[in-house]
Every structure is written in C-alpha cells, then in structure tokens.
Design a protein around this ligand. Structure first.
Ligand code: CDP
Ligand code: MG
Length: 143
C-alpha cells in the first residue's frame, strides 16, 4: 500500500468554463479522494512564489499572470499512488497533445491554459500542500 497525498489545482481557465464539478468527479472516479478543497484567487505574488521553480523559464511571467487571472480550486487529493495517478488522469502538459479522455485533453486549451496542476514528486507534493494548507487543518480533516 502506498497511500499518498498530492496537490491539485483547477486552473482559472477551467473554473471559468464551469467544469470544476466534472474535474472533481473524474478525479474521484479515478480513485482519488479530495481531502481538502478551497476556492481562492491567487495574487500575482502567490502565483510567482508557487511557480518559483520555473522563474528562469520564458513562460514564467505569462503563466503567473494566467494563474492569478481568476479563481482557482486548490485540493489535497489522497489515494493509492496519488501523485502519479493524478498526473495520469491529467495527461500531458500540452492540452493539444494530452491523451484522449484526460483532464487536459477534455478541459484545457493549449500548453499554458491546461485546466489542472498536479504535484510531480513526493517532495513537491509535500511543499505544495504546505503552501496552501496548514498541518492542523489537514489533521482535522483526516479520519
Ligand atoms: O504542469 P506540468 O507539471 O505538466 O508542467 P510544468 O513543466 O511543471 O509547467 C508548469 C506549467 O507551466 C504548465 O502546467 C503550464 O501551465 C505552463 N507552461 C507553459 O505555459 N509553457 C510551457 N512551455 C510549459 C509549461
Ligand atoms: Mg510541474
């Protein structure tokens, strides 16, 4: 058993399209349990801090502007191999190349506006969860 937690974000494009419910249902059907869910609007500073690992990349400024352009839904997902499972359900970064039926294929537009974020390793999952949720908050939600 490898029960993990990962951070998921429904990005502003998908929230704006009204597909939040569809995305959450597809994650649940895929074996992931939303432990915590919060709707919020990232400030530009928060987006820049969250994506700091990409700060030297050419897409960084545009990505951070996009991520702070409207409400997002941030979630802690729990389940067997949750980090890899979430990435599988999301599909490739570029929505245009994401496999049919994946979240990015169904709900994204291009390589930037790709509907969802998911942590890519146990280390980033831990750091990204802590970016949005306190330990006390998660302890209170854990059964
Ligand atoms: O999100 P993922 O881990 O699949 O990709 P990433 O390489 O960590 O990039 C983070 C985010 O930056 C992507 O999800 C896209 O929204 C954006 N991005 C972009 O706008 N242009 C690129 N060439 C690559 C990524
Ligand atoms: Mg990434």
């Amino acid at each position: 058993m490898n029960r993990e937690r990962t951070l998921s974000i429904i990005k502003p494009d998908a929230v704006q399209r009204g597909v939040t419910g569809h995305i959450i249902q597809q994650l649940i059907d895929g074996g992931l349990r939303p432990l915590a869910i919060r709707t919020m609007r990232l400030s530009l500073e928060q987006a820049r801090a969250f994506y700091a690992v990409h700060r030297e990349r050419p897409f960084y400024d545009s990505l951070c502007a996009f991520m702070s352009s409207g409400p997002v839904v941030v979630m802690v997902l729990e389940g067997e191999g949750a980090i890899a499972r979430n990435r599988e359900l999301m599909g490739a970064t570029d929505s245009k190349k994401a496999a049919p039926g994946t979240l990015r294929n169904r709900f994204g537009t291009d390589i930037e506006r790709n509907a969802v974020h998911g942590s890519d390793s146990p280390e980033t999952a831990q750091a990204e969860i802590a970016f949005f949720f306190s330990g006390a908050e998660l302890a209170a939600l854990s059964s």
